[in-house]
Design a binder for this molecule. Structure first.
Ligand code: ARG
Length: 268
């Protein structure tokens, strides 16, 4: 009997520790009951729900040469993918693939497309300084519908409380793993003045837009970067950065697409 008890001790310690570590962030992020903490029913994009990719045919993910998803993106032309510069700045085109039409990473649905060119905005230094935008060129065009770029005349969409949708395969909580399936969440745009109060000089108003609820609970998270923030069929933001995920008073920060429309179109 004794011999059977001891080998279990490490397991008991591990489970106890895991609860200590996971409990604080997960409770804040999703307010799920503790019974769901270590189940596989992860809800990525904190506070979101599974999305039907046929409703968002232009949403894609980026995978590395081993097939691992590392960022999101959106088809903005038949052979162009919009993503964040910080996603691809250290990568070479031959080692990046774009996966289109595959909501579940474990399925074989959709297509895996090679990349022939990576353009990152020349002003990009770090996400906190803006210009966190990149355009990938696909080896061949795909016949899927594309998402429209917001333009400077869409100023109204960047106002307080526009309801926007963020999509991605990222983490469900700050310490969580990336999700297997595409998720979406609705987040209200936070006006520039409000967001500047929160992030001070790390928020660059003409290069970024914020979105999130005052109480947090819904947000993009690690692995969602590069993915789209859309209003209807228009992309207004690119997942860029945040402080943790879904924390109260810490909205997610997105690249303001309308500030870069011309630079993006110049790649078409
Ligand atoms: N930088 C992260 C990434 O590379 C995205 C962070 C977004 N965070 C947020 N709280 N909205 O995946």
């Amino acid at each position: 009997m004794r011999r059977r008890l001891w080998p279990n001790l490490p397991a008991v310690l591990f489970v106890t520790l895991a609860f200590w570590v996971v409990l604080p962030t997960t409770t804040v992020a999703t307010e799920e009951p503790p019974s769901e903490l270590n189940t596989a029913s992860a809800t990525p994009i904190v506070g979101g729900k599974p999305a039907d990719i046929d409703q968002y045919p232009w949403v894609v993910y980026l995978s590395d040469s081993r097939g691992k998803q590392f960022c999101g993106g959106a088809l903005v032309a038949s052979d162009k993918v919009l993503t964040a510069a910080h996603c691809v700045i250290d990568r070479r085109a031959p080692r990046v693939d774009v996966v289109a039409g595959r909501a579940d990473k474990n399925s074989q649905r959709g297509r895996v497309l090679g990349v022939t060119d990576i353009w990152s905005h020349p002003d990009y230094r770090s996400p906190y300084q803006g210009a966190d935008v990149a355009v990938l060129t696909l080896r061949e065009p795909v016949s899927r519908s594309v998402v429209k770029l917001a333009t400077p005349s869409d100023d109204g969409l960047y106002g307080d409380s526009t309801e926007a949708t963020v999509l991605g395969w990222g983490a469900r909580s700050e310490e969580g793993q990336h999700s297997d399936v595409l998720h979406r969440a609705t987040v209200p745009v936070v006006g520039d003045a409000e967001c500047a109060k929160v992030y001070d000089r790390q928020f660059v108003p003409n290069a970024m837009v914020c979105a999130g609820y005052p109480d947090g609970g819904v947000d993009a998270c690690q692995g969602d970067s590069g993915g789209p923030l859309v209003v209807g069929n228009k992309i207004i933001g690119i997942v860029s950065w945040g402080v943790g995920c879904a924390r109260p008073g810490k909205p997610g920060v997105y690249t303001e697409v309308a500030a870069y429309t011309d630079r993006i179109r110049a790649r078409f």
